[in-house]
Design a protein around this ligand. Sequence first.
Ligand code: FMN
Length: 203
Amino acid sequence: MSRVLALSGSLRASSFNTWILHALPALAPEDMHLHVYEHLGDLPHFSEDLEADPPAAVRALWRALADADGLIVATPEYNGGMPGVLKNALDWASRPYGSSVLPGHAAVVLSSSPGIFGGIRAQAQLRELFALLNVYVVGGPQVAIPEVHTRLDPTADPAHRLTDPTTRAMLTSLLHGLAEAIDHQAGNRLIKPLHHWQNGLAA
Ligand SMILES: Cc1cc2nc3c(=O)[nH]c(=O)nc-3n(C[C@H](O)[C@H](O)[C@H](O)COP(=O)(O)O)c2cc1C
């Protein structure tokens, strides 16, 4: 069984991106357990001054990440980029420097928007950030969901809110890609050069 932590880039109560995350368990492989982590809003703004004695919300995020074999991030786009709340969470996740629990994870990223570009610029930023943090991101299919409000039924229960068959099929494929990346330890392979570098520094 693989454990996957799902993060939404939106704190909005009726967030389309969060709704999509809640639709994923029904599309995931049977042995993938998905947990939507809804506490990014509890994190303080990142400050190096807080690192010596990290607040409980930060330790909780680190624990949740350490317990997960994989990550899913669904994000809206704010003014052409990823929302501050998501960048803040990933900045916290990247610490402590040299012993962050993030490197080596496998991940999928997706974005959605009521607009016609599906939040693709925010998604591109996220992919760039994960490359920097040595998180292995499944390359495709690249899922940026445009006009997302037309693909959801707000009156349905969370597991059945995502109605659009094409989006469901793409997400199913993406989740199977994540399962394979986890099974093949794609993330761990990625961080071998990082360990080599760190060991070299320690020697
Ligand atoms: C501050 C702000 C900036 C936004 N900028 C963009 C943008 O650059 N591109 C876009 O597609 N939508 C933009 N939107 C619209 C969001 O895509 C829309 O509010 C979306 O529903 C937010 O995602 P959520 O439903 O998951 O909360 C913006 C919304 C806000 C509040």
